[in-house]
Design a protein around this ligand. Structure first.
Ligand code: ASP
Length: 319
């Protein structure tokens, strides 16, 4: 069977030309992406079957910061939809010859690119591209700001495993201050009706975070019995200036997920981690590979979420 547009239904009309973050998306728009991702799971028979709905669309991956999961996932997602992809990495490019970020993107766009996926260490970099390019822009992580597709895949995983988001209590644990994953999750989860607790060393939890509508905790053991899902954020050493806690061993002791903590938590606790995971820091191997962990489900769902986002933006761009 060749799938057609008729096989794909969108829950609500899609108006956005770009996907820059979850802060400005409505609950309905977020649900539209999650529902479409579920449909792609069926249409691609779990993500493996190739579709043709984006034949003739070109997706450029512009990554100015390292990535394993996100870049590969966008690449495979685009190809699963029948699109062509082009990969750009900052190292080895003409950036070293003085070309600006925007000129580099305009050059690549001029080769017939319809959608640009951008990762950059500077917050707001994809927003800048969105102002200059005709192509639709997807934020694949901008510094400490947002990482919308990561939060969407986290929410899809929770929804698939627990059947809902509304009414759940989700703890985001670790380096809240430097985490774009935390910020996107906070916006998305609150919009879908979850209770969100952020937990970490006081130095890594900005005081102003409560303005977003989350609760703050500094003791993981105290909150664990109330929590349905725990999302273990990596300590972003590459974004930190200075020491935020005395030692990795102390961090792991206070905020790492281990077998003892799992035994004190709710029976059905879901353990998420955006990756890359550092075994022995945010979580022990026993937890990472144990029955509560949905880390590899998150990776598989990332493909479906990125298919949904690429599809919606490509259709908005008239493809
Ligand atoms: N991969 C995620 C990101 O790019 C999480 C991390 O790096 O810790 O933000």
């Amino acid at each position: 069977m060749t799938e057609t547009m008729d096989d794909i239904s969108i829950t609500a009309p899609w108006q956005e030309r770009h996907l820059l973050g979850l802060e400005h998306l409505s609950a309905e728009e977020i649900a539209t992406i999650l529902d479409l991702a579920d449909q792609f799971q069926t249409l691609t028979e779990g993500g493996s079957k190739k579709l043709t709905v984006l034949n003739g669309t070109v997706v450029a991956n512009l990554f100015f910061e390292n990535s394993t999961r996100t870049k590969t996932s966008f690449n495979i997602a685009a190809r699963r939809l029948g699109a062509d992809t082009v990969d750009f990495s900052a190292s080895g490019s003409s950036l070293s010859k003085g070309e600006t970020f925007v000129d580099t993107a305009l050059t690549i766009e001029a080769m017939g690119v319809d959608l640009v996926v951008c990762r950059h260490r500077t917050p707001g970099a994809p927003h800048l591209l969105a102002r200059h390019l005709k192509a639709g822009v997807i934020n694949a992580g901008d510094g400490t700001h947002e990482h919308p597709t990561q939060a969407l895949l986290d929410m899809l995983t929770i929804r698939q495993k627990l059947g809902r988001i509304e009414g759940l209590t989700v703890a985001l644990v670790g380096d809240i201050r430097h985490s774009r994953v935390a910020r996107s999750n906070i916006h998305g989860l609150l919009k879908l009706g979850a209770r969100v607790i952020v937990c970490g060393p006081a130095t890594l939890v900005p005081r102003t975070i409560t303005q977003l509508g989350v609760e703050v905790a500094y003791n993981l053991d105290e909150i664990l019995p109330q929590v349905d899902c725990v999302n273990l954020l990596r300590v972003q050493f590459e974004r930190q200036r200075g020491a935020f806690f005395p030692s990795i061993a102390e961090y792991a002791h206070l905020f790492g997920m281990n077998g003892d903590r799992i035994r004190k938590a709710k029976d059905g606790l879901l353990v998420l981690a955006p990756g890359p995971i550092n075994r022995g820091v945010e979580l022990t191997p026993e937890v990472a590979d144990g029955p509560h962990s949905v880390i590899l489900n998150q990776v598989s769902n990332g493909l479906l979420i990125r298919m949904a986002c690429l599809y919606l933006l490509a259709k908005k761009a008239g493809k």
